[in-house]
Design a protein around this ligand. Structure first.
Ligand code: PAF
Length: 282
């Protein structure tokens, strides 16, 4: 595995053998099973696989969140060595955001709801860094987890709108035994918070069961999720949403593809999760 901070080195490696295909897995480090599943899919589908690790300051609207974001570079290096990736890019913040930096990418409508409403500026930060990673690396494919469904939707929109010549591949959410979606932030959960953290998946599953039983009204599905979360005293709800998968706008009655999603605080940690429901599959 080649490890570098240098943009020039990344470009040299990427184009050393132009006929080889490259998959890029952008991350913020603190790697977990979700990242490993992205890496393995990238390895299956490309001649070469690269990972980037960069805790992108401009996607954090809350300085405390940035300060407490887990970092574990040594452990990450161990994981990536074991996974036998080809190239690790750890950009330096001042190579990415140089003193004069003043160009940002904004994906308009779909960035405004859900996470965008709770975390103003978040998706502007995500779209900007992903655009920079794509511009430097020019991968054939880039891999993102379905756990961050709105992020995935925003990145797909950006790629379509800006005519990037690459494919976005999404991979299913990896879950712990109690349904908790694996996430770097889970490391910050206290013992008691961790015990309650399966509640997001429980709530989504309650809504899913109701859909299987024939319920189609969003207001009822939200009620099922809310009631399910009330059983957990450490949980404070940020939002519960039943939205159209494309527009990410709230809907009254669920249609073909609907995104059920929620964000909660458990103690000091903010967690999100979602379930995509396709009525065609029911
Ligand atoms: O999902 C993440 O880890 C980050 O938002 C990403 C896509 C690497 C951009 O910083």
């Amino acid at each position: 595995m080649i490890v570098t901070r240098q943009i020039t080195e990344i470009r040299a490696q990427r184009w050393r053998e132009p006929r080889l295909t490259w998959g890029l897995v952008p991350t913020m480090g603190a790697l977990h099973q979700g990242h490993i599943s992205l890496i393995r899919q990238a390895q299956d589908e490309n001649d070469r696989t690269a990972v980037s690790i960069f805790v992108n300051p401009i996607q954090f609207n809350n300085p405390h969140d940035l300060k407490t974001y887990p970092v574990s570079l040594e452990k990450d290096l161990e994981i990536l060595t074991k996974e036998k990736i080809d190239l690790l890019w750890i950009p330096a913040a001042n190579d990415i955001y140089t003193g004069q930096f003043q160009t940002f990418v904004t994906v308009e409508q779909i960035s405004k709801s859900l996470e965008g409403k709770s975390r103003p500026g978040h998706f502007k930060g995500v779209a900007t860094i992903v655009a920079i990673l794509f511009n430097v690396f020019q991968p054939d494919r880039a891999y993102f987890g379905e756990k961050d469904a709105q992020q995935l939707r925003v990145i797909r929109q950006m790629v379509d709108d800006m005519k990037y010549n690459l494919k976005i591949i999404s991979c299913p959410t990896v879950r712990e035994q109690d349904g908790l979606a694996v996430s770097s932030r889970n490391r910050n959960l206290s013992k008691s918070a961790r015990k309650q953290a399966g509640c997001l998946f429980q709530a989504l599953s309650a809504a899913h069961r109701a859909i299987l039983d024939g319920e189609r009204r969003a207001v009822r599905l939200k009620r099922f999720m809310k009631d399910s979360l009330h059983a957990y005293p450490l949980v404070k709800i940020d939002y519960i949403s039943v939205a159209d998968e494309q527009s990410l706008q709230e809907i009254g009655v669920i249609k073909n593809r609907t995104l059920l999603s929620l964000a909660v605080m458990i103690g000091k940690v903010r967690l999100i999760d979602n379930l995509m429901v396709d009525l065609k599959d029911i």
